[in-house]
Design a protein around this ligand. Structure first.
Ligand SMILES: [Zn+2]
Length: 207
């Protein structure tokens, strides 16, 4: 948890202490504490939370514990949730623009686009509901006037996807400076999703 939290800082995903991170465990989930500098974190600062919203440990959980809980509760295939106010995702989110099919790599977030969830005040049940809906069939979304969310089977997966989504947001933002990017059609995006199912899988060598 702490290693990934610090990687959020060094990778530039984090702006100040705005990010947070959760990981599913047997009896609930681990969550980063509220408002703490990740460089100062020690294992005792990580909060153990249960799905009823109760928590254990010496620190108060991140104020965004609701969306971590609701996503982990609704998505059994997800083992880790990363939230950040990364520069380019947040820039697009302030324009209330999602990331459309301007590049085939958008499919790494699970579908033909990356949605932007409607705005709601941070830490609220309403924001959590908007996030869960925007993540339907997806592993990442933007949050209007706020930031982004990336999901993974584990912390490494969530981190990798967050970096990818931030890179796509930066590319899309740059393309928008010059003109209106050409979008790939639904048929092509479906073809890419199909192709990615076998991409990178080497057939086992015989003998
Ligand atoms: Zn936030």
């Amino acid at each position: 948890m702490i290693t990934t939290a610090r990687r959020m800082n060094t990778s530039g995903l984090n702006q100040g202490t705005s990010g947070n991170l959760s990981q599913r465990v047997e009896d609930g989930f681990l969550l980063t504490p509220t408002g703490m500098d990740y460089d100062a974190l020690v294992p005792e600062d990580i909060v153990l939370m249960r799905f009823d919203g109760s928590h254990e440990g010496r620190r108060a959980p991140s104020s965004e514990w609701r969306f971590h809980r609701d996503i982990l509760a609704r998505r059994p295939e997800v083992g880790a949730v990363l939230h950040a106010h990364s520069m380019f995702c947040t820039t697009l989110a302030c324009l209330r623009r999602g990331i459309p099919s301007f590049h085939y790599m958008v499919t790494t977030a699970g579908g033909a686009d990356i949605r932007c969830a409607p705005y709601a005040t941070f830490g609220t049940e309403e924001l959590s509901q908007h996030a869960v809906e925007a993540l339907e069939g997806r592993k990442a979304c933007l949050l209007a006037n706020h930031g982004m969310l990336a999901l993974g089977k584990d912390l490494a997966g969530a981190f990798k996807l967050a970096v990818e989504v931030e890179t796509l947001a930066a590319m899309y933002w740059r393309a928008l400076q010059v003109g209106e990017p050409v979008l790939l059609d639904a048929e092509e995006m479906a073809r890419v999703i199909e192709k990615f199912k076998t991409y990178g899988q080497q057939p086992a060598l015989k003998g």
